[in-house]
Design a protein around this ligand. Sequence first.
Ligand SMILES: *[C@@H]1O[C@H](CO)[C@@H](O)[C@H](O)[C@H]1NC(C)=O
Ligand SMILES: *[C@@H]1O[C@H](CO)[C@@H](O)[C@H](O)[C@H]1NC(C)=O
Ligand SMILES: *[C@@H]1O[C@H](CO)[C@@H](O)[C@H](O)[C@H]1NC(C)=O
Ligand SMILES: *[C@@H]1O[C@H](CO)[C@@H](O)[C@H](O)[C@H]1NC(C)=O
Ligand SMILES: *[C@@H]1O[C@H](CO)[C@@H](O)[C@H](O)[C@H]1NC(C)=O
Ligand SMILES: *[C@@H]1O[C@H](CO)[C@@H](O)[C@H](O)[C@H]1NC(C)=O
Ligand SMILES: *[C@@H]1O[C@H](CO)[C@@H](O)[C@H](O)[C@H]1NC(C)=O
Ligand SMILES: *[C@@H]1O[C@H](CO)[C@@H](O)[C@H](O)[C@H]1NC(C)=O
Ligand SMILES: CC(=O)N[C@H]1CO[C@H](CO)[C@@H](O)[C@@H]1O
Length: 842
Amino acid sequence: MEMKNICYFVLLFLCFSLSSNLCIGRDTISAKESLSFGETLVSSGEKFELGFVRPGTSLKYYLGIWYKNVILWQTIVWVANRDKPLDYGTAELIISQGNLVLLDKFQGIVWSALAENNINPSISVTALLRDDGNLILSDVSNSSTPLLLWQSFDNPTHSFLPGAKIGYDKRTQRKQVLVSWKNSSDPAPGLYSLEIDPKNAQYVIKWNRTREYWASGSWDGQRFSSLPEMRLNYMYNFSYIDNENESYFTYSLYDNSIISRLIMDDSGQIQQQTWLPDDGGFGWNLFWSQPRQFCEVYAKCGAFGVCDEANATCNCLNGFKPRSDTEWNSKDYSSGCVRDQKVQCNAITEDKDSLWINSTIRVPASQDTNITVGEASQCRSACFNNFSCTAYTYDGSATCSIWTEGLFNLHQLSTTESERTIFVKRCSPEAQTKTKKSKKLKAILSSISALMFLLISSSISYIYYRRRMAIKADRSKGTQGAHKSQRHKAEGEAKVLMNENTDEAIDVPYFHLETILAATDNFSTANKLGQGGFGPVYKGIFPGEKEIAVKTLSSQSGQGIDEFKNEVTLIAKLQHRNLVRLLGYCINATKQILLYEYMPNKSLDTFLFDGTLCQLLDWKRRYDIILGIARGLSYLHHDSRLRIIHRDLKTSNILLDEEMNPKISDFGLARIVEGKVTEANTKKVVGTYGYMSPEYALDGLFSIKSDVFSFGVVMLEIISGRRNTGFYQSEEALNLLGYAWKLWTEKSETQLIEKSLLESCNRSEALKCIYIALLCVQEDPNHRPTMSDVILMLGGEGSNLPTPNRPAFVIRTHASSTSSSSSDEKFIASNNQVTITVEEGR
Ligand SMILES: *[C@@H]1O[C@H](CO)[C@@H](O)[C@H](O)[C@H]1NC(C)=O
Ligand SMILES: *[C@@H]1O[C@H](CO)[C@@H](O)[C@H](O)[C@H]1NC(C)=O
Ligand SMILES: *[C@@H]1O[C@H](CO)[C@@H](O)[C@H](O)[C@H]1NC(C)=O
Ligand SMILES: *[C@@H]1O[C@H](CO)[C@@H](O)[C@H](O)[C@H]1NC(C)=O
Ligand SMILES: *[C@@H]1O[C@H](CO)[C@@H](O)[C@H](O)[C@H]1NC(C)=O
Ligand SMILES: *[C@@H]1O[C@H](CO)[C@@H](O)[C@H](O)[C@H]1NC(C)=O
Ligand SMILES: *[C@@H]1O[C@H](CO)[C@@H](O)[C@H](O)[C@H]1NC(C)=O
Ligand SMILES: *[C@@H]1O[C@H](CO)[C@@H](O)[C@H](O)[C@H]1NC(C)=O
Ligand SMILES: CC(=O)N[C@H]1CO[C@H](CO)[C@@H](O)[C@@H]1O
C-alpha cells in the first residue's frame, strides 16, 4: 500500500516536472513527433485509447485502439500490425515524411498507413485519434481545410464501429472487409470474413475469403431480409448508400450512451455486442449473432470433423484425431482432424481399409468430382485405384461422388435419418511410400544396434532377441496388430499434449487472485454476502467502482484446471435475462473462484419470508417472478445449447435486480463441483432439503423433472409466503406440500394464498398457479410437466389442466425441531439419511 502511494507521488512529481504530454492524454501526433512505447493517445472525449497492447494471453505487442472507458475488459477494436507482431517492448509510432509509420527496436518499418507511392513527403501531416475510434491521418498545411489522407475506419480489422463504413469503392474497386482474428490472443487474419455484396445490397460472410456461407439478404430500406434484428428505428440508425462512386452500409446509435460494435468473431459468427454502462456495466452483451446455429459456420469442424449442433461441439470421424489438441481443447476446431494411424495403403481393398460412416451423419455434396458409373463396385474401385481419393459415395443410380481433399461440413444428425453411406479411406496416400522407407531405415538401425548389444553383453542381447521376436510376431499378425500398437502410442501422445495444455484461451475473462483479494479486502467478513451451498459469496469492489459478487467454490471433485475452465466457458455462454451472468473466473492450485454480476436486491427469500419486506411483493410482482423463473429454467432445460439441470433451485438462489426481475443463480455449479454428469445417477446428492424431489433425495436420480419439482416448491412458497421446510413444525406436522394438497382436496385452496395478497391478487391467476405448482410436485417424475409446458400453462386459461396426483413429501426421519432456519442448509445425503413418506390428503 505504502509503496503504491510513493510510486504515485513520484509519478505526479514527474508529471509536473517533465513535459506535460507524458501524463495528460493527448489525441494527436504531429509532424516529427512520435508515440513511444508506454505512451498512449486518448481521444478528446476519453472514449478511445491508442497504444501498444498485448491481446489476451499473447506475449507479443501490437499497435491497437481500445475502449478507454471499458475498464475491466480491454476490448481492442483495431490493430495496425495484425500479422507482424512486435517481439520486444520497444517500438515507436512516428510521422515521417508525410506518412504514419510503426518502427521496431531496430528502426525497421513494421507497418505504415500509406503505401509508398501515395506519399507526398513535403506536406505537413498529423495523426488524430477521434472520439468515434477513428484514427485519421490528414494534411493540415491549409489548416482551414485539412485533407484526409488515410483513416483506420477504411482499414478495419474485425470491428465495425458506429460511423464507420463497410463498403465498396467503385472507383478503386476496394472493399472494406472485416476479417476475424485467429483466436482471442492472436489478431492475425483468421478464416472468416464479412464484406458487402454490392450487387445484392447485402452482407456476406465468407470462409477462407472465398466460400460464402451466410448472407444477410438484401436491404429493403428498413432491414435485411434474413436479419430482422438489424433494423432501422430500433436502436440503430442503419443506412445503405449507393451512388456513382461507392456503395456502403453505415450505422449510428440513437442513444450515444450505449457502446456498441459489430465484430467478425473468430467463431465464424458476426456478433453485435453492446455495453450498457448503467446496466451494471459488466461484460459485453450479445445483442444478436449470425449465423445463429453453431454448425451453420462453414467448415466449423475442419476436415474430417463432424459437427454436433446439439452439444455445440465437433468430433473427429472414427479413425481420426484432432490435428491440434491445443486448438481443439480451446474450442478452435477449424484445423480439423487427421488420420490417427498410418495404415499401409494397398491399392484395393477390403473393408478394414475403409471406414463406413453411419447414416446418422449428414454428408455434403461433393465439391470435387462426380463421375458416372454403372454400379457401386465401380465407384469403389474408382476411389481405391486413385491415389488422391480420400472418400467416395454412390447414390444408388449412377452418380459416384469422389472427394480428393478434406471432407468438410459433416453434420451429426439427431435421428437416424437415412443418409447416403460414405466411405472414407483410412489409409493416408503418403503412407505407402513412407512405410517402405522407414522399414529400410529400421532394418539398418536394428542391425547396428544388434552388433553393439552383442558386443556389450549377452544378457542385453537376450532382451534384444526377445524384442525381435516380439516385433516379428507383431508383423506376422499383420496390419491389425500394427494399428493397435500405433494407436496406443498416438493415444499416449495425445494424453501428454492435453496435460501440457493449461493455457488454452477461453472467452470468459480471467481475474488474477491479487485483483480479487484487493477487491474483497482479503475476503473480509464485512464483505461476505452469504454462504451458498458451494461456498461463501463476497462482494468485491473492482476498479471503476464496479461491484461484483465473488463466489469461492469448495470443490469436492478434485477436478482439474482444464475441466474447470471448460465448464466455466460453457456456463458463461448461457445468457438469458432470467439468469445471473457469469463475468469471470480465477483458478489456482487451491482456489476456484467465479465472478458474477452483483444483485443489489439480494435474493427472493429475503423478501418473501420477511414480515415487512414481503409487502413489497404484490400479486402482480409475484406472478412476474414466477414467470421469470419459469423462463430462465426453461432456457436451461430446453433452449440453451447445453441441457443444464440446476439441481439446487430454491428461493435463496433466485436473485432480484433493481426492478425486481428474478435471476436464477448457481446454475451449472453442480457440473463444476461434481463434473459433467448430465442426467443420471449420482452418488453425491447436492441440493437443499425441502426442494429436492424424492427420486433425487433417495436414489440420487436427477433429471430436468427434479428441477420441475423444486420449481413447484418455489412457486408454492411465493404464493403462500411460507417456507416448505420450517413449515412442518406446525401442529399439523405437514410440510407446505402436504398442506397445499390437503387444502386442494378440501377445495379450499384460497387459504394457501398469503393473507396480504388476498386483496391485490387476481384469484383465478393465483388458483391457476397453485394448480400448476401441484402438477410440478407430483411424486412420479413422468407425471410432472416440463418447464416449457409450465410456461404454456401459465399463459393459458387454466381450464384444461390435468388433475394433479398426490405430491411426494420428503420428511427427515431424525428431524430436529430446533433447526428452523433451514433455507440455506444443504446436505449431502446418502440413502439412509432421508426417507420418504406419502400421506393422503385429508
Ligand atoms: C485554404 O483553403 C481555403 C478553402 O479551400 C482557401 O480559400 C485558402 O486560400 C487556402 N489557403 C491556403 C494558404 O492555401
Ligand atoms: C484457403 O485458400 C487458399 C487459396 O486461396 C488455400 O491455399 C488454403 O489452403 C485455403 N485454406 C484452407 C484452410 O483450406
Ligand atoms: C440516420 O442517419 C442518416 C445518415 O446516416 C441521417 O441523415 C439521419 O438524420 C439519421 N437519423 C436519425 C433519426 O438520427
Ligand atoms: C463522386 O466523385 C466525384 C469526384 O471525386 C465527385 O465530384 C462527386 O461529387 C462524387 N459523387 C458523389 C455522389 O459523392
Ligand atoms: C450430445 O448430445 C446428445 C443428445 O442430443 C447426447 O446423446 C450425447 O451423449 C451428447 N454427446 C456428448 C459428448 O455430450
Ligand atoms: C456432384 O453432384 C451433386 C449432386 O448429386 C452436386 O450437388 C454437386 O455440385 C456435384 N459436384 C460437382 C463438383 O459437380
Ligand atoms: C484421381 O482423381 C482425380 C480427381 O477425380 C483426377 O483428377 C485424377 O486424374 C485421378 N487420377 C487417376 C490416376 O486416376
Ligand atoms: C492462438 O493462435 C496462435 C497461432 O496463431 C497459437 O500459437 C496460440 O496458441 C493460440 N492461442 C490460443 C489461446 O489458442
Ligand atoms: C463405423 C460405425 O460406427 N459403425 C456403426 C454404425 O451403427 C451400427 C449400428 O447402428 C453399428 O453396428 C456400426 O458399428
